[in-house]
Design a protein around this ligand. Structure first.
Ligand SMILES: [Zn+2]
Ligand SMILES: [Zn+2]
Length: 320
């Protein structure tokens, strides 16, 4: 997989320009300081600055996070009326949705079913938090043909399409999904945790949807991936006010532990770290030499990153 397949360069550039413009509009005087979203420690150092937003690094668990950060209310407003969010849902996402089905959602569904069947677990009631058009749930259905599918999606237009696909869809944010509490065998949240003001509050509402003994799968960006560790503030993944939480592996474990999850397993099955570094940092000596060693060297290096939890694309499985 190449980064450009799921994030076409032209669209990505327009999108990132709009984000930069939106980001400037937020009043930094109203920003709030928070403790480490992973372990809760207050011992942090300024680690990097991006587009005039500061990111601290937790001295205890190594999590990197925007601090001070826009308030919950500011972020809600940003996502509901910001130009960049509009562009994402009206132009960017529809343009890549079917490509994403093929290269992201289908392999992801397979990987989930492999993981769970290894544990002897087969979910009947499955909920996707932030389900969009329901494409991912459709792919999951291939592996669980008898399961009932549920989605939680704040965008009304997306929720309508998801309903048309036979998915019972609640138009809400995860934080307002109490009517479905304790209902599901498997609850999945993809690529949201890095966006939220309070990862603890968000994950707590995700947890609340699962039955006792049920599984939660959270996927998103982490700090300890080859691309982010290498590119730091030049990484396109670090863009405020969208991506504000980059937890370390330990940070994810601490956060899940603090919420009372058990059987917490962090893996980093990302495919893109090396490709991202090669295409974004043509002067980086290491990847230049790696490239000269050939395609198989690149592939095996990415496999190594996956194996040792060194990709920035993180999955956490845990039980309630
Ligand atoms: Zn920490
Ligand atoms: Zn994101």
């Amino acid at each position: 997989m190449k980064e450009s397949e799921i994030r076409p360069k032209e669209l990505l550039k327009t999108y990132l320009d709009l984000v930069a413009k939106d980001a400037k509009k937020l009043d930094k005087n109203k920003f709030e300081r928070i403790p480490c979203p992973g372990c809760g420690s207050n011992v942090t150092n300024l680690h990097l600055t991006k587009a005039e937003y500061q990111y601290d690094k937790c001295k205890t668990c190594g999590t990197v996070f925007c601090n001070p950060r826009p308030t919950n209310g500011m972020l809600d407003e940003f996502y509901s009326i910001g130009e960049s969010s509009k562009y994402w849902s009206e132009s960017f996402f529809p343009a890549v949705a079917e490509k994403r089905r093929e290269v992201l959602f289908r392999p992801k569904a397979k990987k989930i079913s492999d993981f769970l069947s290894n544990k002897g677990f087969s979910p009947n009631l499955i909920c996707d938090v932030g389900s969009g058009y329901g494409i991912f749930l459709e792919e999951l259905k291939q592996f669980y043909p008898n399961a009932s599918l549920f989605g939680i999606e704040p965008s009304e237009s997306m929720a309508r399409i998801s309903e048309e696909r036979g998915i019972t869809t609640l138009v809400a944010m995860a934080e307002h999904s109490n009517e479905w509490s304790g209902k599901f065998d498997l609850v999945i949240s993809s690529e949201v945790i890095e966006h939220v003001y309070s990862p603890m509050d968000f994950l707590s509402s995700v947890r609340n949807l699962a039955k006792p003994g049920g599984y939660v799968l959270l996927t998103g960006l982490g700090y300890e991936g080859f691309d982010i560790l290498t590119l730091q503030e030049k990484s396109n993944s670090i863009f405020p006010p969208h991506h504000i939480n980059f937890m370390s592996v330990k940070g994810f474990e601490e956060l899940f532990g603090r919420l009372g999850f058990s059987d917490i397993e962090v893996i980093t099955p990302g495919e893109l770290d090396v490709d991202i570094v090669i295409s974004n940092e043509p002067n980086f000596e290491f990847t230049n030499v790696l490239k000269m060693r050939g395609e198989s060297a690149i592939k095996e290096f990415q496999e190594f990153l996956k194996k040792y939890k060194l990709s920035s694309h993180v999955w956490v499985f845990a039980r309630v």
